[in-house]
Design a protein around this ligand. Sequence first.
Ligand code: NAI
Length: 394
Amino acid sequence: MSARKLRLGMVGGGRGAFIGAVHRMAARLDGCYDIVAGAFGANPAQSIKDGVALGVAPDRAYPDFRVMAAQEAQRDDRIDAVSIVTPNHTHFAIAHEFLAAGCHVICEKPMTTSLVDAAELLRLTRAAGRIFVVTHNYSGYPMVRAARELVGSGALGALRVVQVEYPQDWLSTRVEATGQKQASWRTDPALAGVAGSLGDLGTHAHHLLRFITRLEVEAVCADLSNMVAGRALDDNAHVMMRLSDGARGMLWASQICPGNDNALRIRVYGEKAGLEWAQEHPDQLRFTPLGEAPRILCRGGATASEAARHATRLPPGHPEGYIEAFAQVYADTAELIHAQIDKRAPNPLATVVPGVVDGLIGVGFLEACVASAAQNGRWVSVRIDCPDLLSLSR
Ligand code: NAI
């Protein structure tokens, strides 16, 4: 990897925001980036104030993202990449602006609020020749990387069944009516997009399924419900899935299940073995070969896989977690950007980081689920009407 730190800008993530601060920790953990510019909020004066408070030079704390993209493009020391950590409805316009300005993009999920916009970002990314990463951060956990490798090795045999779920409880009451910022935009279709819990959590579960199994969702039968009165978007989603290679799956996303914080869990069953991983105990992967005693595979040590070691920073027994997994996405993105700068092939272990194609497939999944639910759970094909798709690896 080149010695130079990459120059990172951020859009969103000002005072009171949630995920922007996580991105800053993740970007800094491995020393790959300096955060040098930003438009940290929708209010111009506050955006500048927040940028200065976060240690950005006053001339690079911008009133809004359009000014930021235009002014950064004029600088010799312009940002290499931008992190987009704003509510969903803004992702497209911001990503569009920075791709046009020649930046690499690290974008929150869901990538856009429509498949049409997602396809446009894919085309723009190709035309600009930039790296585009979508922060499905759970793919950065060592034992998720190990699970993907294990499935890829054929240890489970042909895959038959996948169960994936992401329940939370924080929207069990009408929190949005209290003015709570994160709840307010997530329950508003104009800001969150067509899906609620499914867009917020189901997109992560969907990506995790695809990441570990390398299967695609071909058709869905979805039941989306708004359990809390007065809510316009789903707060509970059940989706049955027909997967590639004849496998079957079920996905459950919910924000109304008391006792659940971030209970993302996946179980994969093949003809020879099964595996199970839960994000609240991320260092352990349960591997169950048929007819043998279950094994608990762990992150570190001599028995860890190469993919797990690549995403590991500490010896086993020292817990790693959410920030480290998020940082892995940033570190792998840095490797892809440096490889492009240096005109060399990237480390193959870094190339698994979720890209614009994954973002597009995620949005296509959401739209198919919403269409299915609107037709009382009719089976709907997940069609990605984008001819460029198959020729793009990222
Ligand atoms: P938030 O409401 O806490 O923060 C959003 C920030 O964006 C605020 O600072 C707001 O002022 C700013 N903002 C809004 N419009 C803007 C604009 N036009 N220009 C500049 N800044 C603007 O929201 P939260 O929870 O941090 O979510 C942000 C995004 O991150 C969403 O897309 C969400 O789906 C995603 N997310 C991803 C997570 C993950 O695990 N990868 C976890 C939480 C959120």
